[in-house]
Design a protein around this ligand. Structure first.
Ligand code: CU
Length: 469
């Protein structure tokens, strides 16, 4: 953290020390507060066992300090402002200035001490999802501990016993607190060479999360069970999600945790990956198979690994198509094929601004610049080198380049395809397809569905005791 970030964080009240004495604070590691939603460079280990640090998409790794052989972290649970994508800032809850909170990175066998300060308006806890630890450190309010009261700091301490991919989140009023964005990632690197854990050149991580924020508002509706409208990687929606930038020939690991209320089939273009790890740790190599889509269920974590051996800009997204979109996907009727002629003029007499949308699909909405309420994302946004990108939500790109330097995570820009390797327009003759020609012969015998009024008879079940009517 630089000084300016710290000061601006303090100015926002993010680290206001009211109620905590200077002496007490001096005994704690200073919490790093981050305001920016940019992807921070990897935080290399400055001591102890060397490892290849992870890169948290649109996030960062928490600093630690050593105190008599214990690795100490300080998390501050607090209200935050998160830019979901350029043009939309949401008021969430998170840790240390952002949602998700910082990634915790340790080495197998490390003794870890985590100070958790509660600056929320209600009690909270942290559950260390997937860890082997003493029962009293597991963070379920009422079961393992008393919830951390407002303004208090609790200490969690345990040994990171197994290497792998983990998460952290509250287990106190969790429906509200997770709907508000309280969550973070945890990576435990292996202490020694592990037969089931390969060395990788790039190691990315992020959480899948979702919000229900009405257009024009900034605070999530926390009672939502299923009908979320913002589908995020790390509280960011495309085009706000950074690309994953790698060098041609790199072995790449992508660690994903799902803290939404539904599953997400995560799909990578142009490569095949294997799932090398789950919530339970690394998978035995004999249990792995190649795939291009892996479903990540609620509460699960997956490690996807592959050789980035194909240059280009490759889409990487949730395959539920409404999850690769931003709001307004809801409540818009399907209009494909509907003839609006005559109707528009009549409606416009009543509603002068009425626009017709979607009768040729929703492609037109990509470049439609409608007036949107403030703090609202367009349904599909972002421009690529070949026009508007019809995606939003859980979508980003994997950028594979031969000239990306080892360890360089910066965005190389858009891929320039070699001449003659891109889909192109056919400009020759279009012969009449044989099948259509033969069907036309029998056409008079087939009722024309477009012209014949269809009588549809619907029988509704009765309201009687057995519904037999
Ligand atoms: Cu999804």
């Amino acid at each position: 953290m630089n000084r300016r970030e710290f000061i601006s964080g303090a100015a926002l009240g993010a680290v206001a020390a009211a109620g905590v004495s200077k002496v007490a604070l001096a005994a704690l590691p200073e919490p790093e507060i981050r305001i920016s939603a940019e992807t921070a460079p990897p935080r290399s280990p400055d001591r102890g066992q060397p490892y290849n640090p992870v890169v948290t998409l649109n996030g960062w790794t928490a600093p630690s300090r050593m105190n008599h052989g214990v690795k100490e972290f300080h998390l501050v649970a607090e209200p935050v402002e998160r830019e979901i994508a350029p043009g939309m800032v949401a008021r969430l809850w998170g840790y240390n200035g952002q949602s998700p909170g910082p990634t915790i990175e340790v080495v197998e066998g490390d003794r870890v001490r985590l100070f958790v300060t509660n600056r929320l308006p209600e009690p909270t806890t942290i559950h260390w999802h997937g860890q082997r630890l003493p029962n009293g450190m597991d963070g379920v309010a009422g079961v393992n501990q008393k919830a951390i009261p407002v303004g208090k700091t609790f200490v969690y301490e345990f040994v990171a016993r197994r290497p792998g991919t983990f998460m952290y989140h509250p287990h106190a009023d969790e429906m509200v607190q997770m709907a508000m964005g309280m969550m973070g990632f945890w990576v435990t690197h292996p202490r020694q060479k592990h037969d089931w854990i390969e060395d990788v050149n790039r190691d990315f991580c992020f959480l899948l999360n979702a919000y229900d924020i009405d257009p024009g508002s900034v605070v999530p509706r926390v009672n939502e069970m299923l009908d979320f409208n913002l589908w995020n990687f790390n509280s960011r929606a495309f085009p706000g999600i950074d690309s994953m930038n790698v060098r041609l020939g790199d072995r790449v690991r992508i660690r994903i945790g799902n803290l939404t209320m539904t599953n997400h089939p995560i799909h990578l273009h142009g490569h095949e990956f294997e799932v090398t790890g789950t919530d339970g740790g690394p998978t035995p190599p004999g249990s792995r198979w190649p795939e291009v889509t892996s479903d990540i269920a609620v509460g699960q974590m997956r490690q996807l690994e592959f050789l980035a051996d194909s240059e280009g800009d490759w889409a990487f997204h949730c395959h539920k198509s409404h999850h690769a979109m931003n709001p307004m996907g809801h409540d818009v009727p399907t209009m494909i094929g509907v003839d609006h002629r005559g109707l528009v003029g009549r409606i416009q007499r009543l509603v002068p601004d009425y626009m017709v949308m979607g009768e040729r699909g929703m492609n037109d909405m990509k470049d439609m610049h409608m007036m949107l309420p403030e703090e609202t994302l367009a349904m599909m946004a972002g421009f690529g080198p070949h026009g508007p990108i019809g995606m939003g939500g859980m979508f980003t790109t994997l950028k594979v380049r031969s000239d990306q330097k080892p360890g360089d995570y910066s965005d190389p820009g858009w891929y320039e395809q070699p001449a003659g390797t891109q889909a192109y327009e056919w400009t020759g003759e279009l012969p009449e397809p044989q099948r259509f020609a033969s069907e036309r012969l029998n056409r008079s015998e087939v009722p024309d569905l477009h012209r014949t009024a269809l009588e549809v008879q619907v029988r509704k079940p009765g309201v009687g005791t057995h519904g037999h009517r």
